[in-house]
Design a protein. Structure first.
Length: 208
């Protein structure tokens, strides 16, 4: 990759934008008012805005390895806090993807150094759903199901935060669990029943 090409691409992109709207960047600099917080994987094949057909200014984005929401991760927690309390987003999406190497790595017995504590969070998801996952013979199907269950559990982690609990009650903020299928390009809504999950977990996790 020639880095000069990147700057050339940028110049062409600016030209393209200004061709249709001469105030494009002037308007962009006025501020942001996104309605969605998207939490996805850092995987280079899984974009945020592009796969949703969204434009700059429309989605607040956080990406990390395997779209995790660990409650001790200052970065993820700050993003959620800022998006909910300051940007006042009404939707939080956790989007995983099939063929996630982070999820695959977590299923293997290997010492991955610094990645161990990060991927441990996925092993914890596996332990929670061990019976269901171990009943799946096909390795690929099992791995895909873990991707889906990991999305579900990260959505639950979102719901465990005080600001989200408050916003869910006060302005009906909604949490969504999605999976991007790299193989077909399709975005799949897992249609997770959060009301049911909330009822089950609130006894323990209610903060506000
Ligand atoms: Co991934």
């Amino acid at each position: 990759m020639k880095f000069e090409q990147i700057f050339q691409n940028n110049r062409e992109w600016i030209e393209e934008k200004l061709k249709t709207d001469s105030d494009y960047f002037k308007n962009l600099s006025k501020g942001q008012n996104p309605d969605i917080l998207y939490i996805g994987c850092s995987d280079s094949r899984v974009t945020a805005e592009e796969l949703m057909g969204m434009k700059p200014g429309e989605v607040f984005v956080h990406r990390n390895i395997a779209n995790m929401v660990p409650n001790t991760d200052l970065s993820a927690m700050s993003v959620i806090n800022y998006a909910v309390n300051h940007l006042k987003v009404n939707h939080i999406v956790v989007c995983g993807h099939y063929y996630c190497t982070g999820v695959k790595a977590a299923m293997q017995s290997a010492d991955l150094g610094l990645l161990n504590p990060w991927l441990r969070n996925i092993r914890d998801v596996y332990r929670l759903y061990k019976d269901e996952l171990n009943a799946i013979d096909d390795e690929e199907a099992k791995y895909n199901r873990l991707v889906e269950l990991n999305v579900q559990e990260q959505c639950v982690n979102v719901l465990k935060t005080a600001e989200v609990q408050k916003a869910c009650r006060e302005r009906r903020l909604t949490v969504h669990g999605w999976v991007f299928d790299i193989h077909s390009g399709k975005l799949i809504d897992l249609k997770i029943d959060f009301d049911k999950i909330l009822n089950e977990i609130m006894e323990i996790y209610r903060i506000v």
